[in-house]
Design a protein around this ligand. Structure first.
Ligand SMILES: *[C@@H]1O[C@H](CO)[C@@H](O)[C@H](O)[C@H]1NC(C)=O
Ligand SMILES: *[C@@H]1O[C@H](CO)[C@@H](O)[C@H](O)[C@H]1NC(C)=O
Length: 450
């Protein structure tokens, strides 16, 4: 009797313990578990992929009716495959070998986190004007996602030549098209854009023949781009390689960028950007700006560009701002930049103007703490060009170990209102840099705090 009783109470105790344990498990895992894991102040506090005990859910576009024959419009299949992947945390949307013709499409918002877009095949853009309506800012877009990875050895081809050549734009590309059909809209799309996302990874893929920018990040946090390739002709207009805007904590490395405009363009609202081990060319170099257009305020800080090889580019490392803006560019480091036949390897231009003539204005985006270390190689026009604002001169420009030789022609280094320091002797000598700081009375405009 006694034994039976104690057995009963033991069983009861185990039951109670089980209940307590399972209900605490419930609170952790029930209902909104996916969201809980990605609340920044939760115990997980990161966007590292969550090691799921379930087998990964995989959604292959072929199972959603995609043909991959390069002719059939696979947009709908891509949309449906994404819709399925969107509902499952850490799922994979698979684009296998094949050539997939896909029209403009947006992936997201309101999806589970850590989705992988696995690109093994090739995605091509439509070349008929009716696919683009009156013009779109992007072709493939990932929007408002947490933890999104695009990876694989695949290719995204923007088929940009129909957009680049103004003449081709007005010539029907096949007999069935009318004159009007063949005319592409004047707004050219970016190939791949990430917007409002956190924890973004792009690795392995190639984007080629972009109508405009190849890869764009806008309003994103914690971005990694690696083993990434862009390939568009040097004379394709406005085809930036990677365009980063209003984004923080961006790492770009081990990538090969050939395009017709800036290999990397860093825009307003960017901070903590680190670019290293990148090849650039053809293209226009790596640029911060143009900032401050139409009187806008731009804040850019903590930018590091290291171990970059540039070949046949328009500029090497450049900061460009429009007159009339406000804000600042601060804390910039360009180091170990190897240039080969670059027109102007080192450039600051506070009089940037891409439409012939711009009015002189006295306000400016201020530029300070800009460091150049170990910039070497050959140039074809001007080795160093610093054109700074009269009302807000550049300050804290420092140059260390500069060795630039002309491969044709030769112009002297140029400086206007640039203050800073030569930490070593330079080749060629840069005698135009002013030492110290501009006197306060010469600077009527206060620097904007950012
Ligand atoms: C500058 O950016 C790097 C990443 O490139 C980051 O590790 C570092 O903490 C940032 N520094 C400051 C002062 O924010
Ligand atoms: C603007 O200012 C620059 C430098 O001070 C000067 O060379 C140029 O002539 C000015 N342009 C106009 C349109 O006033």
């Amino acid at each position: 009797m006694m034994e039976m009783c104690s057995f009963k109470s033991l069983a009861l105790a185990i039951l109670i313990a089980l209940f307590v344990w399972s209900s605490s498990f419930e609170t952790l895992c029930s209902g909104r578990e996916m969201k809980v894991r990605y609340t920044p102040d939760s115990m997980y506090n990161s966007y590292q992929p969550y090691e799921s005990v379930m087998t990964t859910a995989s959604f292959n576009v072929l199972n959603f009716g995609a043909k991959g024959d390069g002719q059939t419009d696979d947009t709908k299949a891509f949309g449906e495959a994404w819709e399925a992947a969107c509902k499952v945390e850490a799922s994979i949307m698979v684009v296998p070998n094949g050539v997939f013709l896909v029209g403009p499409i947006t992936f997201g918002p309101d999806c589970q986190p850590n989705i992988v877009f696995q690109l093994d095949g090739k995605i091509i853009a439509p070349t008929s004007s009716n696919a683009w309506g009156s013009g779109l800012l992007q072709w493939l877009e990932f929007k408002n996602l947490k933890g999104i990875t695009v990876k694989g050895a695949g290719i995204i081809d923007g088929q940009g030549s129909v957009w680049w050549n103004d003449l081709a734009k007005y010539l029907p590309t096949d007999a069935s098209m009318s004159y009007e059909d063949s005319k592409m809209p004047s707004t050219k799309p970016t190939v791949l854009r990430f917007y409002g996302s956190e924890g973004v990874t792009v690795t392995g893929i190639t984007i080629q023949n972009s109508p405009q920018t190849h890869l764009k990040f806008d309003t994103c946090k914690t971005v990694q781009v690696s083993s990434f390739t862009t390939s568009s002709p040097g004379d394709s207009p406005n085809t930036d390689g990677i365009h980063v805007q209003n984004s923080q904590d961006v790492l770009i490395y081990s990538s090969n960028l050939a395009c017709g405009d800036d290999c990397v363009s860093i825009q307003a609202g960017c901070s903590n950007i680190y670019i290293h081990d990148v090849k650039c060319g053809p293209g226009h170099g790596i640029s911060i700006g143009g900032l401050g257009k139409d009187g806008s305020k731009a804040c850019v800080s903590n930018i590091t560009v290291r171990n970059v090889a540039m070949q046949n580019t328009l500029t090497g490392v450049r900061i460009k701002t429009w007159q009339g803006g406000s804000g600042s560019v601060q804390q910039v480091m360009f180091s170990n930049i190897q240039v080969s036949d670059v027109k102007t390897p080192i450039m600051i231009d506070q009089f940037y103007c891409d439409k012939g003539k711009c009015q002189n204005k006295s306000s400016a985006v201020s530029i300070s703490d800009i460091n150049y270390v170990n910039i070497q190689g050959t140039y074809t026009q001007t080795p160093v060009y610093f054109a700074c604002s009269d009302s807000l001169p550049c300050t804290g420009v420092s140059l260390t170990t500069i060795a630039l030789k002309p491969s044709e022609g030769y112009q002297q280094p140029f400086c206007w209102e640039a203050y800073g320091e030569l930490k070593t002797s330079t080749e060629p000598p840069i005698s135009c840099l002013k030492t110290g700081a501009p006197s306060k009375s010469n600077v009527p405009y206060s620097r904007d705090s950012c």
